[in-house]
Design a protein around this ligand. Sequence first.
Ligand SMILES: [Zn+2]
Length: 333
Amino acid sequence: MINYIIGIDIGGTWTRVALCTDDLNEANMIIKSIKTPKDTEYSIANSLIVMITELLYDNNIKEEQIVGIGLASAGPLDMEKGEIFNNANLGFKVIPLKAPLEEKFPGIPIYLINDGNASVLGVHYFEADDEEKDNLVYITMSTGIGGGVICNGRLLLGKEGNAAEIGHGVVDPSSIIQCNCGAHGCWEVYSSGTGIKNRALENIKDTKLSSRILMIMIDNEVEKINAKYIFQAAKGGDKFSKSIINMSIYYSKIGIGLINNYYDCSSIYFGGSIMHDHELIIPELKRQFETDPIQYTINHPPKIKVTKYLDDIGLRGALVLVKYKLEGNPIIP
Ligand SMILES: [Zn+2]
């Protein structure tokens, strides 16, 4: 009998489910995606049940062949109850995940993990080389900024599984910009997709730099500004858009420096939707840490890379979580 693993990745915009043989052979991976449903607090769990049931039916696989479900989600997560709580992008005070799935698929072990931690597992299994595996950081730059850390060959989880909330590291405490979390000057208010958009909206009115190319792209309708347009305009030479990206890069240098001081990592892999435009960000980060790291970190600098699996790394990590759990891999505490 061939065994299978199911991986799930729940994001603010997309929810993805993967089915794969338990050897994680990429040729056997099947992926389904839907827009994350937000009608009621049970919509996500109900959709997952439908997607899993369809995947099994369409591929002629029996429930007994599933050895585990790995569930990666945007947090914060209550690991004990198996719920998402207080998530700003998904709505609802509490979103139950584990209980409804357990009820529908009794006997299949379900493992929960936050998406940043899942992603670093995905990099660890599918991409990292032997020299970097044991001290590895993943950073996602998307709606917000999140991450996952493997240090000394162990995934760092923290007391409630929420270690590596790196996007809420304060990089400018005197800032007047307040983050969704309540603090002022978090890294993600400058360098996430939402941050880039908001900083552009704030500054577009009184900038002395030319924003002509950006304004043409958005038909002079300022409310249309988003990170994607900022990157496109910067590529076309728009001076204002470039300045917003430079600001985001500056704060990312501070963030990376702090991470390297704390975890002394061999490599940092970047992912998330912002990294579709990585050529505007990564070369300058590389240059800084290859040529003059001491401005931002006292430790030897990490290698800076972009994951090959931009949109799927969290989903792949959810599959890896099950594999590592079942084989008793010491990377998972
Ligand atoms: Zn914050």
